[in-house]
Write a protein that binds this ligand. Structure first.
Ligand SMILES: Cc1cc2nc3c(=O)[nH]c(=O)nc-3n(C[C@H](O)[C@H](O)[C@H](O)COP(=O)(O)OP(=O)(O)OC[C@H]3O[C@@H](n4cnc5c(N)ncnc54)[C@H](O)[C@@H]3O)c2cc1C
Length: 400
C-alpha cells in the first residue's frame, strides 16, 4: 500500500477479534443455519465486543471506530462465518447507523442508536423497490409533509434484515420521493421503524444463501412518521444515501476477501494431503497457478479496500474534501472484490473434487453467499459507471 498500513492497535484488535469470534460465535453457527436466524446469542456476543454500530460516536452509545476498523471487523466476520449472515447483519447495521449518527436529528439518534449498538434494535437500508434498484431516481415510494409529521406510502423489496427489524426492533434508513418534480433533488432520507408499525406489512424471500439473515420487502401504507426520524435535510437524501452505500461497499470488499482467503486456506489444506496419480494434488502446476493468481488478486483488492476505507475516514472524521475520490476508490474495490472472491472460492471447491460440491463443504456456503455481493449495496455494473464517471466527467453519464 502506498501511504497506509495497519497500526499496532489495529493488528491487535484483529487478533483478539479472530480469537473471540472463534470462541463466542463459531459454536452457534450450525444452529443459526438450521434455524435460519442470527441467534440472540450471536447478536449478544457481537454487541459485547462492540461490533454493532462500530462507527456510532460515544455520545450515542457506540465505540466511535473509524472506517478501517469497520473493514477489519467485516473481514474477520467473513472468515469466521462462511454463510456471511453475521457479516451481512454487521455491515448493513454498521453502515446505516453511521449515516444516522452523522446526519440524523438529536431526538431520533438518542432514541435509536444506543439500542442499535447493544443489539436490541436493527438498522437497515431500504432504497430498492420491486421495479427499481439501480435507478433510484425512479422509485415510487413517497414521503409527504403534513404539519409537524410526514406520511409515507409505497413499497420496498429485496431488503436485508426485514425479519430482524420486525422482530428485534429498529427499522430501515429509507429513501423516498418528496418533491415529485425534482428527481434526485427531491428525495428525502429517514428512519422507518418496522416493528409494531401498523402501516407496515413485511414479507420475506427465499434466497440462494446467507441462511441466517432475512431478505424481503415491506409495504408502507399511510405510515405517520414523526419529523425526529428525518435524516439530513429534506430533499437532500439522494446525496446522503451514497455515503452509507460507500461504507457498506468498502466493508463488503473486506468481507469478500475474508471469506475467500479462508476458502483458499481450506483448499490448500485439501490439496496438500489429497493424492491423485501418486502425488498430492498441490504438486500440479494447473492447481498452483490458480492458487497463486487467486491469492494475488485477493491481496490486491484487500489493499485497495483498506486504502479506500482509510480515505473514507479522512473524509468523514477529518473533513478532507475528497468525496469523489472516496466514491471512486470504494467502487474500484467493490467492483472486483465479489468477482475475484467468487472465482477463488469456486476454484477451491473444484480442488476439493466431489466433496467440494457437498453441503458439508463450508466453501459451498461461501460460494452462495458471496454471489449476493455483485448486487447488494450497488451492482458490479454500477461500480463500473461510477469509476467511468470520475474518469470521463459527469457529462459522459450514459443515462443523462
Ligand atoms: C441479497 C441481497 C440483499 C439486498 N439487500 C438490500 C437492502 O438491504 N436494501 C436495499 O435497498 N437493496 C438491497 N438489495 C437490492 C440491491 O441493492 C439491488 O439488487 C441492486 O441495486 C440492483 O438493483 P435491481 O436488482 O433492481 O437490478 P436493476 O437495477 O433492475 O438492474 C438489473 C441488472 O442490470 C444492470 N444495470 C442496471 N443499470 C445498468 C447500466 N446503466 N449499465 C449496465 N448495467 C446496468 C444491473 O447491474 C443489474 O445487473 C439487495 C439485493 C440482494 C441480492
Amino acid at each position: 500500500m502506498l501511504d497506509y498500513e495497519f497500526t499496532e492497535e489495529q493488528e491487535m484488535f484483529r487478533k483478539n477479534l479472530r480469537e473471540y469470534l472463534q470462541k463466542k460465535v463459531q459454536p452457534h453457527l450450525h444452529e443459526m443455519e438450521k434455524r435460519e436466524e442470527v441467534l440472540p446469542e450471536i447478536i449478544k456476543a457481537m454487541a459485547d465486543f462492540e461490533l454493532l454500530g462500530p462507527c456510532v460516536t460515544e455520545e450515542y452509545g457506540g465505540p466511535g471506530m473509524d472506517m478501517v476498523m469497520a473493514g477489519i471487523i467485516g473481514e474477520e466476520l467473513g472468515r469466521n462465518d462462511p454463510t456471511a449472515s453475521t457479516a451481512v447483519f454487521y455491515l448493513v447495521d454498521a453502515s446505516w447507523s453511521h449515516v444516522f449518527c452523522r446526519y440524523g436529528k438529536e431526538e431520533g439518534k438518542k432514541e435509536i442508536l444506543p439500542d442499535v449498538c447493544k443489539g436490541k434494535k436493527y438498522c437497515g437500508i431500504a432504497t430498492t423497490e420491486s421495479e427499481v434498484g439501480s435507478d433510484l431516481a425512479n422509485m415510487k415510494t413517497t414521503i409527504k409533509k403534513e404539519g409537524d409529521h410526514f406520511i409515507v406510502n409505497g413499497d420496498k423489496n429485496y431488503i436485508s434484515g426485514v425479519r430482524e427489524a420486525g422482530k428485534l426492533g429498529g427499522g430501515h434508513v429509507t429513501l423516498a420521493r418528496q418533491d415529485l418534480a425534482a428527481g434526485t433533488h427531491g428525495m428525502t432520507l429517514f428512519f422507518l421503524p418496522l416493528k409494531d408499525n401498523p402501516g407496515i406489512t413485511i414479507t420475506t424471500d427465499k434466497e440462494l444463501g446467507r441462511e441466517g439473515m432475512s431478505t424481503g420487502g415491506f409495504n408502507i401504507n399511510k405510515v405517520k412518521l414523526p419529523s425526529k426520524y428525518i435524516i439530513g435535510e429534506e430533499n437532500k437524501g439522494f446525496y446522503i444515501v451514497h455515503e452509507g452505500y460507500e461504507l457498506a461497499r468498502g466493508i463488503i470488499a473486506c468481507v469478500c476477501v475474508g471469506a475467500a482467503m479462508k476458502s483458499l486456506e481450506n483448499g490448500m489444506a485439501y490439496i496438500k494431503q489429497r493424492k491423485a496419480f501418486g502425488r498430492p494434488i498441490g504438486k500440479y502446476e494447473a492447481i498452483q497457478f490458480q492458487l497463486a493468481e487467486d491469492y494475488t488478486k485477493l491481496q490486491f483488492v484487500r489493499d485497495w479496500a483498506y486504502k479506500a476505507l482509510h480515505y473514507f475516514t479522512k473524509e468523514a472524521r477529518e473533513g478532507a474534501k475528497i468525496r469523489m475520490l472516496v466514491s471512486k476508490y470504494i467502487a474500484m474495490a467493490k467492483m472486483y472484490a465479489p468477482l475475484w472472491a467468487f472465482d477463488a472460492i469456486n476454484h477451491s471447491m473444484q480442488w476439493q473434487g466431489a466433496f467440494g460440491y457437498t453441503w458439508e463443504c463450508p466453501d459451498v456456503k461461501a460460494f452462495r453467499a458471496i454471489r449476493s455481493f455483485t448486487l447488494a449495496e450497488g451492482s458490479t455494473e454500477i461500480m463500473h459507471l461510477i469509476i467511468a464517471r470520475e474518469l470521463l466527467g459527469k457529462e459522459f453519464i450514459a443515462y443523462k
